[in-house]
Write a protein that binds this ligand. Structure first.
Ligand SMILES: [Fe+2]
Length: 179
């Protein structure tokens, strides 16, 4: 038990049992896997962060933000399985554990004891913006490596990410004008 939990998660080589047959070359599969797995790690990290803010919110905007963050967390969560199964369909391996997420995530966790509501909105807007940029780059990688099916799925996830960013941005404009 100890040794498996301490072991670093490795994506390569893919064991034969998991190397789903594909007409994509091993290099193409590697490029796709390396572009998509960090997106999954970031989705997990952002899911927890959004829920963290949903749970630890206070102040006059409580109800609105509490509901908005929950709606966002749900959409982020749904994207995880879609991306992970795309990686498996082309014969790559994906996220194994919380520590694997930590290895690959590119957004920062927030362990602050208290975060003001307006600051939560700003942080989530920036994280969604960062993730949108990463997804756009991953779409390019998938296109270059002949994986239009993953590209298509990522386009929907990018659209959802930009929707969240838009909402958060406009919420920020509102709070600037009323404060
Ligand atoms: Fe809740």
């Amino acid at each position: 038990m100890q040794s498996t939990t301490k072991k670093k998660a490795e994506s390569y080589p893919v064991p034969t049992q998991l190397a789903t047959e594909t007409d994509l070359s091993p290099q193409e599969v590697k490029a796709i896997t390396e572009a998509v797995n960090p997106l999954i790690a970031d989705a997990f990290a952002l899911y927890v962060k959004t829920k963290n803010f949903h749970w630890h919110l206070y102040g006059s905007h409580f109800r609105d933000y509490h509901l908005l963050f929950d709606e966002h967390a749900e959409a982020i969560f749904e994207s995880i399985d879609v991306m992970a199964e795309r990686v498996r369909r082309v014969g790559g391996t994906t996220i194994r554990s919380i520590s694997h997420i930590g290895q690959l995530q590119t957004i920062e966790d927030d362990n602050s004891t208290v975060v003001a509501a307006g600051e939560m909105v700003r942080i989530l807007m920036e994280d969604n913006g960062h993730i949108a940029k990463m997804i756009r780059e991953a779409i390019e990688t998938c296109d270059k490596n002949r994986d239009s099916a993953t590209s298509n799925q990522l386009q929907n996830i990018l659209d959802e990410t930009e929707r969240r960013k838009w909402f958060l941005y406009e919420v920020m404009q509102g709070s600037k004008n009323t404060e």
